[in-house]
Design a protein around this ligand. Structure first.
Ligand code: PRP
Length: 191
């Protein structure tokens, strides 16, 4: 069982589910369609596009989209950072690009984790150059190092310590993404 490889659970399935609902409510409040009295909301007819960064964000995307009441369309990008596999270099290569033009759309970039923040920083520059009407970020997890990088993250699920975590989309050698919680692995798994 995969669970046997886990040393400790940092964020439980229940905590993740509650956070998804909380973040979806905040996003609905910010991007929701105008109220009948015109008091709040955004411009009608403007599309909200969730852009998920594969593979990790697939889980947040699916859960968040189902919790949102605001209509959204889903787009995915796959990127790879040059350099070592354990730390990002900040130089990113697009493996799979968006299927459509996002100019004039409200874009919400969906990430599972912001670690160094370098991938996000590159992605934001890249997406901004495509002239969206707005561009914001939602991330389930954020590590302290990321806070040092100048990237705007509008919605953050949990700030976590600088430890290696798996689950809820996060992998070790491509495994463990399917765990419904976020946890650390027993040290012997790495050896
Ligand atoms: C993870 C995560 C972010 C990036 C964050 O993806 O999904 O895209 O790393 O790291 P950074 O803040 O240090 O740049 P990864 O490259 O591991 O790909 P994956 O989602 O396919 O596992």
């Amino acid at each position: 069982m995969l669970d046997d490889d886990v040393q400790s659970v940092l964020i439980s399935e229940k905590e993740i589910a509650a956070k998804i609902i909380e973040m979806a409510a905040a996003i609905d409040a910010d991007y929701g369609l105008p109220l009948s009295d015109g008091a709040a909301g955004r411009e009608p007819g403007r599309e909200l596009v969730l852009v998920g960064v594969l593979k990790g964000a697939g889980f947040v995307m699916a859960d968040l989209a189902r919790a949102l009441r605001t209509p959204v369309t889903l787009e995915y990008m796959a990127v790879s950072s040059y350099g070592s596999s354990t730390s990002s270099s900040g130089v990113v290569r697009i493996l799979k690009d968006l299927d459509k033009d996002i100019s004039g759309a409200d874009v919400l970039l969906v990430e599972d984790i912001i670690d160094s923040g370098l991938t996000l920083s590159w992605l934001l520059r890249n997406l901004q150059s495509r002239n969206p009407a707005s561009l914001e970020v939602v991330a389930m997890l954020r590590k302290p190092e990321a806070i040092a990088v100048d990237v705007r993250v509008r919605y953050v699920g949990f700030d976590i310590p600088n430890v290696f975590v798996v689950g809820y989309g996060l992998d070790y050698a491509q495994r463990y993404r399917q765990l419904p919680y976020v946890g650390t692995l027993r040290p012997e798994i790495y050896s």
